[in-house]
Design a binder for this molecule. Structure first.
Ligand code: HEM
Length: 393
């Protein structure tokens, strides 16, 4: 019998052996104690992402029982909607999130990356998360949304609190709910302010966005801004730290990257595949039906194990090897189908710029592996602390 509990701290240390066992022995796994299904093979995770009619997002995208809000779209926005409502609102918010708007951010992302790395270089050491990876995505999303610099640390603190889970606690703790309320309240003020005085930021663009005479309501905009902070920050922060960690563990790839920065996108994609910051997404069964011979009942939760799909030997040869030259095109790290990550282009841009500058400015970084600290969350995987040293300026 395989024991799979996504709240388990030991599982967070290394989930991959559990995933392998699930893929081999129980690809459609039922956890009786907590009451959820888990799909671990690539084909089933993909099917779950594509079949929104059977696997709905309206019950939220996590396993947790304690909801952050009675209306899950208040905090999850389009992530907790199904078509057609999802598609309508996504089309509207996408207007503030065009490829052009994303590409235009490159110079400011680079300036931010250089600023933080040069500051760290003076000391010859840093905590890669606190001093760089945790700051950059928040600054970038904040610039997009129009959050002023002095407010950003506080927002980051709330966002961390919302995602953190103490060992043995299932559901969202009271601190998480309180932090969630503060973040929502913050955006209520931002939207009111932009309605009065529009600026050049995403919040203002969302206030103005219109399709066939339809505009976004305040609550839709607030929910989306909240989602951007949660979806855009933690994931990208964790990706950056996972990337530098796995490169240190793979000296051959590291030597290649130091010689050829054009390999940075391949390093990013393989990090996404190998150790994605988003390990799973949940769905709810929308009606009783039989999937692969298993009777799924309305309302039951289904975990789509992205981290496992990305290591499925049916799709990726020698999946436990970190190989920057492999074909990564089938990884499911940004999801698939209806809810495919709206921020994927932004995340890739941020990661490319950030890691190019890491290679340029602190190429000899040495992570103190004994002092690594992990975050504990059911769906976000990565480090809370990554202490490193490098040649000082
Ligand atoms: C490495 C970084 C990131 C990863 C791994 C990631 C992963 C994902 C995944 C797996 C989904 C699909 C959720 C589902 O199917 O239920 C998603 C959706 C989404 N992501 Fe990302 N994401 C990243 C960065 C970002 C960034 C930087 C932003 C924006 C600033 C963002 C905004 C969104 C939004 C708005 C959605 C919802 C799309 C929808 O429901 O239609 N993400 N992301």
């Amino acid at each position: 019998m395989i024991h799979f509990d996504p709240f388990d701290y030991e599982f967070h240390e290394n989930p991959y052996p559990t995933y392998r066992a699930l893929r081999e022995e129980a690809p459609i796994y039922w956890n009786e104690e907590i009451g959820f299904w888990a799909f671990s093979r690539h084909a089933d995770v993909l099917a779950g992402f594509k079949d929104w009619e059977h696997f709905t997002n309206t019950g939220g995208i996590s396993l947790e029982v304690g909801q952050l809000s009675a209306d899950s779209t208040a905090v999850l926005s389009i992530l907790a909607m199904d078509p057609p409502r999802h598609d309508r609102i996504r089309a509207l918010v996408s207007k503030g999130f065009t490829p052009r708007r994303v590409a235009d951010l490159e110079p400011s992302v680079r300036a931010l990356a250089v600023h933080y790395l040069e500051r760290a270089r003076e000391a010859g050491r840093c905590d890669f998360v606190a001093d760089f990876a945790g700051k950059l995505p928040m600054d970038v999303v904040s610039e997009m949304l129009g959050v002023p610099a002095p407010d950003r640390d506080e927002l980051r603190g709330w966002s961390d609190t919302i995602l953190h889970r103490e060992e043995g606690v299932r559901g969202v703790p009271p601190e998480g709910i309180a932090a969630s309320g503060k973040l929502l309240h913050y955006f209520v003020k931002v939207v009111a302010e932009r309605r009065r005085r529009p600026g050049d930021d995403l919040a203002s663009a969302l206030c103005a966005a219109e399709i066939d005479g339809e505009k976004l309501l305040d609550k839709d905009i607030i929910g989306f801004l909240y989602l951007m902070i949660i979806a855009g920050n933690e994931t990208t922060t964790k990706l950056l730290a996972n990337a530098v960690y796995w490169l240190q563990r793979n000296p051959t790839a590291r030597a290649e990257l130091r010689a050829d920065a054009a390999l940075v996108p391949a390093w990013i994609e393989e990090t996404l595949r190998y150790d994605n910051s988003t390990q799973l997404m949940a769905r709810s069964v929308s009606e009783d039906f039989v999937y692969q011979g298993h009777a799924l009942r309305r309302g039951q939760k289904v975990l789509l194990l992205i981290g496992s799909a990305n290591r499925d030997e049916r799709v990726f040869p020698q999946p436990d090897l970190f190989d920057i030259h492999r074909d990564t095109s089938q990884h499911l790290s940004f999801g698939r189908g209806t809810h495919f990550c709206l921020g994927a282009a932004l995340a890739r841009l941020e990661a490319r710029v950030a890691l190019e500058e890491v290679l340029r400015r602190i190429p000899d970084y040495e992570i103190d592996e004994a002092r690594l600290v992990r975050v504990h969350s059911t769906n976000v995987r990565g480090f809370a602390e990554v202490k490193m040293s490098f040649s000082a300026r």
